[in-house]
Ligand binder design. Structure first.
Ligand code: SF4
Length: 266
């Protein structure tokens, strides 16, 4: 069995001292306007036209996006960094795209990694069949779980899908005892307002007592735009601005009474 991965990076992805090896998996059922990894959305290998600009000149070339790995190859790649991970308290993260779109490969890879003693994290949109969530949960130490919007209509508008499955899967994980860090994109004109943050506080408060160990506020930034230009894709966020640090501090203050660690960034 093989999985399709579009990038492998070695860095710290969430709070804590650990070095993490992160596998970015191809395919995503969502279509978020602000996606920073548009090259990862399609499920198969794709050949994309790459456009590089130097001054006024434009250079076009073809780029193949997507590398095949078996779970054993994932383990072998991670083993090379074992010494760093063990000394830093790090581990392995599967991100995307949406890793749960390749459930057999993901479950087998997680199972091998856990048997070899690695800490495992899955970074997910939560949009997957509940059975997939259950099988992945057995081998996952930590979920980084996106809550993008609470209103189903707005969620459908900005991501292409309804959020009811995402919320019920979050509850499935929490009721099953999984540890979860919630990740919230903070986007002016979409989620960057006090009313949304107040609703979010109530949403999290109603799940008090579960293992929500952190909240990451992810300020929208324009760094992904270069990829849209590079791959010749339309940028639906052109008219949206970035958020100021002062506003982000206000939103953190709304969530801090929950008594859960709130931080800026992933
Ligand atoms: S869920 Fe993540 S990877 Fe998928 S479209 Fe949204 S931002 Fe991109």
């Amino acid at each position: 069995m093989k999985g399709l991965i579009f990038s492998v990076k070695r860095y710290a992805i969430h709070d804590g001292p650990g070095i993490r090896v992160t596998f970015f998996m191809k395919g995503c059922p969502l279509d978020c306007w602000w996606c920073h990894n548009p090259e990862g959305k399609a499920t198969g290998q794709v050949t994309t036209e790459r456009i590089d600009r130097v001054g006024e000149r434009e250079f076009r070339s073809e780029e193949l996006v997507g590398m095949e790995y078996t779970p054993e190859e994932v383990l072998a790649k991670v083993e090379r960094d074992r010494v760093f991970m063990e000394h830093s308290g790090g581990g392995v993260t599967f991100s995307g795209g949406e890793p749960l779109m390749q459930p057999l490969f993901l479950t087998e890879s997680l199972s091998l990694l856990r048997s070899a003693g690695f800490h495992t994290t899955v970074d997910t949109s939560g949009y997957a069949a509940p059975d997939v969530m259950r099988s992945v949960m057995q081998y996952t130490n930590l979920f980084l779980y996106d809550i993008k919007l609470l209103d189903p209509d707005a969620h459908r508008k900005f991501t292409g899908v309804d959020n009811r499955l995402i919320i019920s899967n979050l509850d499935l994980l929490l009721e099953g005892g999984a540890e979860v860090i919630l990740r919230i994109p903070v986007i002016p004109g979409v989620t960057a307002d006090r009313e949304f943050m107040e609703q979010l506080r109530l949403f999290i408060e109603s799940r008090r007592g579960r293992r929500i160990s952190g909240i990451s506020l992810l300020p929208y930034h324009k760094t992904g735009i270069s990829k849209y230009r590079r791959f010749g894709l339309p940028d639906r966020m052109e008219s949206y601005s970035q958020i100021s640090n002062g506003h982000l501090d206000d939103y953190m203050a709304i969530l801090q009474p929950l008594g859960i660690h709130v931080k800026k960034g992933g």
